[in-house]
Write a protein that binds this ligand. Structure first.
Ligand code: G3P
Length: 217
């Protein structure tokens, strides 16, 4: 499973990428707004930090506008993935962009039918939002299971990019289902390292080691 980080905070991205575990980055207009920085400048900086796909979302909602914006965004770096909303115009833009070899992430997916349309439009990634489905009393992970089953049945090349992740349960269940990518808020990615028994075990090993009075190097 690939790990992307879902943030436009370049300090966080630098710090997390030093672990060598980061395969890409996703941003959205809300995350760009939160950064308080200029969109193109932030994407440019992120693309320099992480060699994998960096999603940059269009703000236009019509096909021509999306294509104009995509033209600007894909010129930033080779690893930019244009993020388009799951609408008729978004999927039309997806098809055109894919025909010219541009990576496309289709976002705001909340149903298996939508995911099927995105795969048929040749999307590189489909982004189902698990947390937001849970918020309205539906099963986000249930949707991931449905999409993985459908994509496998037809051999679609579109990668399932699990988005709107809120906890480790979302990550682990998505991995069990074979989802290709999880995009994680930095705090969730950091929490993957933690287990109280790891802390307790390490403290005991360090105390026992200190008692030997030895050094290794
Ligand atoms: O980037 C899309 C998605 O990950 C947003 O998550 O937490 O705003 O529902 P959230």
């Amino acid at each position: 499973m690939k790990f992307f980080v879902d943030t436009a905070d370049t300090a966080e991205i630098k710090s997390l990428s030093s672990s060598g575990l980061l395969d890409g980055v996703t941003t959205n207009p809300s995350l760009i707004a939160k950064s308080g920085r200029k969109f193109v400048e932030v994407i440019d900086e992120i693309c320099d930090i992480v060699p994998g796909p960096v999603s940059a979302e269009v703000a236009a909602t019509d096909y021509d506008g999306m294509m104009r914006e995509a033209h600007v965004l894909r010129a930033i770096a080779k690893n930019v993935a244009i993020k388009v909303p799951l609408t008729p115009d978004g999927l039309r833009a997806c098809r055109t962009l894919r025909a010219t070899g541009t990576m496309v992430n289709v976002t705001l997916c909340f149903s298996a039918s939508q995911a099927l349309l995105a795969a048929k439009a040749g999307a590189s990634f489909i982004s189902p939002f698990v947390g937001r489905l849970d918020d309205i009393g539906e099963s986000g992970i249930g949707l991931i299971a449905d999409i993985c089953q459908i994509y496998k049945a037809y051999g679609f090349a579109t990668e399932v990019l699990v988005a709107s992740i809120r906890n480790l349960g979302h990550v682990e269940e998505s991995a069990k289902l074979g989802a290709h990518v999880a995009t994680l808020p930095p705090a969730v990615l950091r929490s993957m390292f933690n287990h109280p028994l790891t802390d307790k075990g390490l403290a005991a090993f360090l105390a026992d080691w200190a008692a030997t009075g030895q050094t290794i190097a």
